[in-house]
Write a protein that binds this ligand. Structure first.
Ligand code: CA
Length: 670
């Protein structure tokens, strides 16, 4: 989703202007009975097949049964009976209806609404208009019961790699057969034209711990009956939350195929030691009145203004109401379903600040009961105003009100490479002065640090994170220009070697900073998107990674790989506690007014149990070489002039004056 930092910040500081209780219109829903039993909508057991739809205000409700996922007429319609205590409507038949399809329909204000597969469908026919009745146990690949994702002790140990399902595989240069499909990750030994690893082998080689995949739930924009058209969409238009997107399967018309293939994907990644993160978009639905939420319980699941209009904090036409119990239960139970049924290792919440902090706390708490290694993080902002009071929103600035939830740091992002709204704007790593303090905020993961003056921060003005586990640091993601495109626009006219150097420097800042590092797929091979900043429906020719780049920019790839290896080998970069950071991370005194674009700090006293006693990290974001004084000693140089090696020192230094090339980092230890 589009980043809306400025707006989120404005809302924080303008809170008194917008603060209000939820709208008077939505107050009516507080008294509705709720129900979240595991038999919601469909259950099949030895007594037969039962349906139970939550719809407290429907006048009537019925189930339509079909032989097919699309086309044809219902072969039977079952009237449903109401239970006022739970607000649910029930119907059942004595047979197990495996292989059949169903829709619900309710009568609302005297009129039968359109058919809906409900909100809890776990399998659907093509394009998701009818729910399918299948036995989930039959979708498990071999060895599934023993499948486990990586164990995560601390979330600062995670290295996130964000990709869309199509980006890694669609280009011919990927050598991958199952292009744009879940199964691409089960293909080993795939090679670029120059014989370099692609796909899952590439991820293993790079060393990331988790792959974060753009929406994989069933979304609205791609016609699953016409995949020859090769439509690309990011998928931020949710249709069926508990179903997978059909176009990522080899057969969208068979409801079980997508489920089985996603499990095969998860298992292949787990077997490679890589966790899987789902990008989840519970904050809005693709459609308003025709969404499954509205067709089952009109009014309830979305928020409204006082006059009954949909409120629109998502910028997509509506927003959901996590502050209402049935919606909160929906989000919690939906993520738990994916964690249990698909062994998902993490959830990235889109526009998380549309949800309330209480909901996010419940999500994190209950997911941890399923799997303590599950990582929950999200965008701590909204894309528009909301009836939800700012103090209740899961904003970046409210992250310390949550437990086990992290937020993206736009502080580091914008300060390192320049502002996202202005392509030509430069940042710390590309020679623009004035961003030093904000980069430091990123380095300490927005925790309280005696040497960081938050008042000088460009975005946030206070240490919003109680713990480094609450912050995800990055310089780029699917939104906005890729790092490569940003550098091409903001450094226009400069030699490409400067852009490559600046890219390395920018990611060195991310990967040595406290908090959790996050990178956008392909930037390790200097991937661009031909300057398109909002490529949500751009064709594969814009979005797909050209694997010829891996040979072309092999030096870049090797550097990223070395950077990740350094971070994984050295716990000093992965501290788990704010006080630990304040004690073990010491900035060197540099007058930014006189010497801008220079930051130097040490990680001291075997920080976080590190084998290295003192690690010196220096960043030169200037276009000129810089001399820096470091204490005398037997320093071993780990990174310098765009080269890195965590295992074997590149060189040694006796200290005194050291020189940093333009746009470069120096890392050494003694
Ligand atoms: Ca779909």
């Amino acid at each position: 989703m589009k980043t809306s930092t400025l707006l989120a910040t404005a809302l924080m500081f303008g809170a008194s202007l917008t603060a209000q209780t939820n709208s008077s219109y939505d107050a009516q829903f507080m008294s509705w009975p709720t129900y979240s039993g595991s038999d919601l909508e469909l259950s099949v057991n030895d007594r037969g097949t039962s349906f139970r739809l939550w719809s407290p205000k429907a006048q009537e409700a019925r189930v339509n049964l079909y032989d097919t996922g699309r086309g044809g007429k219902a072969y039977r319609t079952l009237p449903m009976t109401f239970d006022a205590a739970t607000g649910t409507w029930s119907a059942s038949v004595p047979e197990k209806l495996y292989g059949k399809y169903y829709t619900f329909q309710i009568k609302h204000e005297g009129r039968w609404l359109d058919e809906t597969p409900g909100v809890w469908a776990k399998a659907v026919g093509v394009n998701g208009k009818r729910a399918a009745i299948i036995d989930l146990a039959t979708t498990n690949p071999e060895g599934w019961n023993n499948d486990k994702g990586p164990k995560v002790e601390n979330f600062t140990d995670v290295v996130l790699y964000e990709t869309h399902m199509r980006d890694l595989s669609m280009d011919r240069s990927s050598g991958i057969a199952n292009k744009g499909k879940f199964l691409q990750f089960t293909e080993q030994g795939t090679l670029s034209p120059q014989g370099l690893a692609t796909g899952i082998d590439h991820l293993k080689e790079l060393g990331v711990t988790h792959v974060h995949i753009l929406p994989m739930y069933d979304y609205n924009s791609v016609d699953e009956t016409n995949l020859q058209d090769n439509t690309y969409n990011w998928g931020y238009d949710p249709q069926n939350y508990n179903v997978l997107e059909g176009s990522y399967s080899t057969n969208p018309s068979d409801p079980a195929t997508r489920i089985r293939e996603m499990k095969e994907m998860v298992k292949a990644l787990h077997d490679a030691g890589i966790g899987v993160v789902m990008d989840v978009v519970y904050n809005h639905t693709a459609q308003n009145d025709e969404s499954n939420f509205e067709l089952t319980a009109p009014g309830y699941y979305h928020r409204h203004w006082d006059d009954g209009r949909y409120s629109d904090a998502s910028g997509c036409g509506n927003e959901t109401a996590s502050d209402l119990r049935q919606m909160q239960d929906f989000i919690v139970n939906s993520t738990k379903y994916f964690a249990k049924e698909f062994h998902i290792d993490g959830f990235r919440f889109d526009l998380m600040a549309i949800h309330d902090t209480e909901t996010m706390n419940r999500v994190a708490r209950e997911l941890k009961e399923v799997n303590p290694s599950v990582f929950v993080y999200g965008e701590g902002w909204t894309a528009g105003d909301s009836p939800l009071q700012p103090e209740r929103r899961a904003l970046k600035e409210n992250v310390s009100k949550m437990e086990g939830v992290a937020v993206f740091s736009d502080d580091l992002r914008d300060a390192v490479k320049g502002h996202y709204t202005d392509a030509a704007d430069r940042g710390f790593a590309t020679g623009k002065p004035g961003n030093e303090e904000t980069v430091k905020i990123g380095i300490v993961a927005a925790t309280d640090h005696p040497q960081v003056n938050y008042k000088k921060g460009n975005n946030s003005k206070f240490p919003y994170a109680k713990s480094p586990e609450m912050v995800v640091n990055y310089v780029s993601c699917h939104d906005d220009l890729t790092l490569t495109d940003k550098l091409k626009k903001s450094m226009a006219g400069e030699d490409e070697k400067n852009m490559l150097a600046a890219a390395k420097l920018a990611q060195t800042i991310v990967f040595t900073s406290q908090g959790t590092p996050f990178m956008f797929a392909g930037e390790e091979v200097f991937r661009d998107k031909k300057g398109v900043h909002n490529s949500y429906k751009s064709p594969d020719s814009i979005n797909a990674i050209d694997w010829n780049n891996k040979a072309r920019y092999k030096d870049q790839f090797d550097y990223y790989k070395g950077l990740i290896a350094l971070r994984k080998a050295h716990p000093a970069f992965r501290m788990t506690d704010a006080r630990q950071i304040a004690k073990h991370l010491k900035f060197d005194k540099i007058d930014s007014a006189k010497t801008p674009n220079l930051i130097s700090y040490s990680l001291v006293d075997n920080a976080n149990g590190d084998a290295w006693k003192e690690i010196k990290v220096i960043f030169n974001g200037s276009s000129e070489a810089r001399e820096v004084n470091v204490p005398k000693g037997n320093w071993e140089i780990v990174a310098q002039d765009g080269r890195i090696d965590a295992a074997t020192p590149l060189a040694t230094s006796a200290g005194g004056k050291v020189t940093l090339a333009p746009y470069s980092a120096l890392i050494m230890h003694r």
